[in-house]
Write a protein that binds this ligand. Structure first.
Ligand SMILES: [Zn+2]
Length: 268
């Protein structure tokens, strides 16, 4: 991570977090923006602000408060509710705010010797001055893959979507294991979840997924061999769908949707 720099402008974006939610305005840009002197925030509430980075040349700050403190504007909303509503880069910064806050909350003590950790002021890191152990925000790599078979795409209904009245069919995904390449992870996850072998594994794009700290790395692949045999702990069903007759798929703004659309183009 390069050194964090403050933007030249006085105005800034404010990511105010409390009890797993953040302050958003129901009109305008949604995320509070402006000079600290001009905003109605209670006195001293921003004294503990932390620089997250910049967006459109303006600094972005994380401010943590207790018990959904009234900030004088907007209301507290979940991070998920911002997905697809604010610009992608602003959503990513909101996700970064949650991940940074979680990092400081879970790294107050050294994992190696148990002594209290200190914040490092020039990067997002915690250091133990007793044993010199240093820790950075955790990022968990995760693959997500859209699989093509002639003019069909493999979509699955996941257990976690079961209770939804409008079941969403999506691509396969899973966490990378220690010491594993992303390509090997794609092969393993596909085989574990649906019992198929795939080929022509191609990287497409990535998306930070801050629930709580995944980094989704998206691939396309082609069917090679095997019959669908689902892993029942993870999936309810998985089927080949004709690209002209798809079930309900994930919404715009998600990497799954991008991979499905890319695969439809590959089929045509
Ligand atoms: Zn230590």
């Amino acid at each position: 991570m390069s050194e964090l720099k403050t933007a030249l402008h006085d105005s800034a974006w404010w990511f105010v977090l409390s009890e797993g939610k953040l302050v958003a305005l129901d009109k305008g840009e949604l995320i509070p923006f402006g000079c600290i002197e001009e905003l109605p925030f209670p006195d001293h509430v921003t004294d503990n602000k932390r620089l997250l980075g910049t967006y459109n040349s303006y600094s972005c700050y994380l401010v943590e408060v207790d018990n959904h403190l009234d900030m004088g504007l907007g209301e507290y909303v979940s991070l998920r509710s911002l997905l697809g509503k604010v610009q992608d880069l602003l959503f990513e910064m909101a996700g970064r705010a949650f991940q940074v806050a979680l990092f400081y909350k879970t790294h107050r003590f050294c994992g190696q010797c148990g002594n209290p950790m200190q914040e490092i002021d020039w990067e997002v890191a915690m250091k133990c001055y007793h044993c010199q152990h240093r820790a950075y925000p955790r990022v968990s790599p995760c693959i997500i893959v859209a699989i093509r078979k002639q003019k069909k795409i493999l979509l699955a209904l996941h257990n976690r979507h079961q209770k939804n009245n409008y079941p969403v069919y999506t691509t396969l995904a899973g966490f990378t294991e220690a010491g594993e390449t992303l390509e090997a992870c794609v092969e393993r996850e596909v085989f574990e979840e649906v019992g198929l072998k795939v080929k022509n594994i191609q990287y497409v794009t990535s998306q930070p997924w801050p629930f709580p700290h995944s980094l989704m790395m998206g691939f396309t692949a082609d069917y090679a061999s095997g019959e669908i045999k689902i892993q029942p702990d993870e999936l309810i069903e998985a089927n080949w769908y004709d690209i002209d007759d798809l079930p309900l798929v994930p919404k715009h703004g998600t990497i799954a949707r991008k991979l499905i659309e890319k695969t439809i183009k590959r089929c045509r």
